[in-house]
Design a protein around this ligand. Structure first.
Ligand SMILES: [Zn+2]
Ligand SMILES: [Zn+2]
Length: 179
């Protein structure tokens, strides 16, 4: 999972790349991290998020769309509003893992620090993907309200007991076109 930077510019539909497989289970994700249901059963698909520090996987999870949406719904109105504004302002028309979805940084510039990779998947296929650099994750974290941060903290504590609480929250909508 550590070797090469993932491919950019996914065609419309491609098999889920190995960089988005579960590092801990050493295979593709099969169930939702939150509800445990089989990911393939969700017609609306699911979203895989993995955060790296250099080559190391810091955290990884796959959320079915209902779980993802309910997590997003739990965000305060204020956070939703601010995130939407932030993303409307910064979102770039890029896809794939080579360019940050929210700023002009490229993978080569961020690969020695922390960064996040996101894939929107349907069954065995990935239909959209994004990379978010550490700076942009921080920026989004800063505009979220305490309350919203607590929702993510709870998710993290329930699902990843070992993970430090200062771990960055994941982007709420890195791929607005699909969510
Ligand atoms: Zn779920
Ligand atoms: Zn960025």
């Amino acid at each position: 999972m550590s070797e090469s930077p993932p491919d950019s510019e996914p065609p419309e539909k491609e098999p889920i790349p190995s960089v988005l497989h579960s590092f801990y289970e050493d295979r593709p994700f099969v169930s939702c991290t939150r509800c445990g249901e089989s990911l393939k059963d969700f017609e609306d698909g699911f979203r895989i998020s993995k955060n790296f520090k250099k080559d190391e996987v810091i955290i990884e999870y796959a959320l079915c769309m209902p779980c993802l949406n309910s997590m997003l719904d739990e965000a305060s109105e204020e956070s939703k509003q601010r995130l939407a504004e932030f993303q409307a302002e910064h979102y770039r028309e890029v896809s794939g893992f080579n360019d940050c979805a929210l700023c002009p940084k490229e993978f080569d510039q961020v690969k020695d620090a922390e960064y996040g990779l996101v894939g929107v998947c349907h069954g065995d296929f990935m239909v959209d993907s994004a990379m978010i650099c550490h700076g942009c994750m921080e920026a989004m974290s800063e505009i979220m309200s305490e309350e919203t941060r607590r929702t993510w903290d709870r998710f993290r504590e329930e699902n990843f007991p070992g993970v430090p609480s200062d771990f960055e929250p994941f982007p709420a909508r890195p791929a607005p076109s699909v969510i």
